[in-house]
Design a protein around this ligand. Structure first.
Ligand SMILES: *Cc1c(COP(=O)(O)O)cnc(C)c1O
Length: 376
């Protein structure tokens, strides 16, 4: 049996969690939360990183930080994404305006963004699918030209770069996920990356229930008080301890994932050359993080049969996403701008093969052999 995912765990995790328990330091913003935030700041070059309870919450926090987003305002995003990308803005009454994806990277087609801008547009939300960057130069140019904010859904994008710069650091805000299905995990968790110093104070306040408690803890004020709306987006330091153990070996984990990814690519290339499958495309300016290995079958029938075939061999492969504009909430809250040329068609062909830290190359070969037998 080969699982689709096994949550990453580093050897030091137990030791670090025990330290939190022993020291009775288990609430938010403890020593491990600070270590994780500092690590992410140094690794990505962002002005500030705040650890959160999820990427969904990081995106919600970003939506709360955008100046005066109101009911009826519009936010441009792809429909081929996880629900959280839209939820954060829908909670504020905004309308997700979905644009089509590129069939090569499955990312929002940057050339379609500008035509979807209206006078109600407030933000663009690129999603870096599979840890492969969107075409950020074009997206940032459109945003600048129209005075729009950019919130990057970089849930899958930690350790990836575009033209040498870390994903999550281009937009006003970037959001990482540390869910157990991601490259680095704390069970449930995420991070908000803040590009501009000017946004840091407000972000700290909203993340701390609308209070200036962060300043109080730093000794910058002698009592804290309620000064804005907010919520509670702080993870427990025990979760951060679990994550930090992985961040310490981040390069090792990244290299192991890339080795798996490259092995899949190499072993499945003959099938791609024979026209049986399409393999992922990584544009030249992008360095990815081996987050996911997907293939695209000819159509949904072939995909279903292939998933069933692998299941019989004890291999768990999965597909996602049901495009948001076709889901009940997507129809209620959002709209698709332009033609759905690729979003539905490509999403129905895509399937993900097992990918996790600890998957062996022998297992990858076994999976590739099973895919090959399917095509005979
Ligand atoms: C995983 C994921 C999320 C949600 O992350 P959570 O940490 O589970 O909230 C959002 N967007 C994308 C693209 C994701 O892959």
């Amino acid at each position: 049996m080969i699982n689709f995912n096994v949550p990453p765990c580093a050897d030091k995790a137990m030791e670090y969690i025990q330290e939190c328990v022993r020291n009775q330091k288990i609430c938010g913003d403890g020593a491990y939360t600070k270590k994780c935030s500092r690590w992410i700041e140094e690794k990505t070059g962002t002005a500030k990183c705040l650890l959160t309870t999820s990427c969904t919450h990081a995106t919600e926090l970003a939506a709360l930080l955008l100046p005066d987003i109101k009911a009826g305002d519009e936010v441009i995003m792809p429909a081929f994404t996880f629900v959280s990308t839209a939820d954060a803005f829908v909670l504020r009454g905004a309308v997700p305006v979905f644009v089509d994806i590129r069939p090569d990277t499955m990312n929002m087609d940057e050339k379609l963004v500008e035509a979807a801008v209206t006078e109600r547009t407030k933000a663009i939300v690129p999603v870096h699918y599979a840890g492969v960057s969107c075409e950020m130069d074009t997206i940032m140019e459109v945003a600048d030209r129209h005075g729009l904010a950019v919130v990057e859904d970089a849930a899958q994008g930690i350790m990836s770069t575009y033209k040498g710069r870390a994903l999550g650091t281009f937009g006003n805000f970037g959001c990482f996920s540390f869910h157990e299905t991601k490259n680095y995990s704390m069970g449930e968790g995420g991070a908000l990356l803040i590009r501009d110093e000017k946004d840091v104070e407000e972000a700290e306040i909203i993340r701390e229930k609308g209070t200036n408690r962060s300043k109080f803890y730093r000794g910058q004020i002698d009592k804290y008080t309620w000064i804005n709306y907010g919520s509670s987006y702080l993870p427990s330091d025990m979760n951060a301890a679990y994550l930090y153990a992985q961040l310490e070996i981040a390069e090792e984990i990244n290299e192991a994932r890339l080795e798996i990814w490259n092995r899949y690519y190499e072993r499945l290339q003959p099938l791609a050359e024979a026209g049986k499958l399409d393999l992922p495309v990584v544009p030249e300016n992008c360095v990815h993080n081996g987050h996911m290995f997907y293939v695209k079958a000819a159509d949904i029938e072939v995909r279903t049969a292939l998933i069933d075939h692998l299941k019989e061999k004890g291999i768990k492969a999965v597909f996602h996403y049901i495009p948001l504009h076709t889901a009940p909430a997507g129809q209620k809250f959002g709209r698709f701008h332009g033609e759905d040329k690729y979003t539905t068609r490509e999403s129905e062909r895509l399937m993900r093969l097992p990918m996790y830290y600890g998957l062996t190359l022998a297992q990858v070969d076994e999976i590739c052999d099973s895919v090959k037998d399917f095509f005979g």
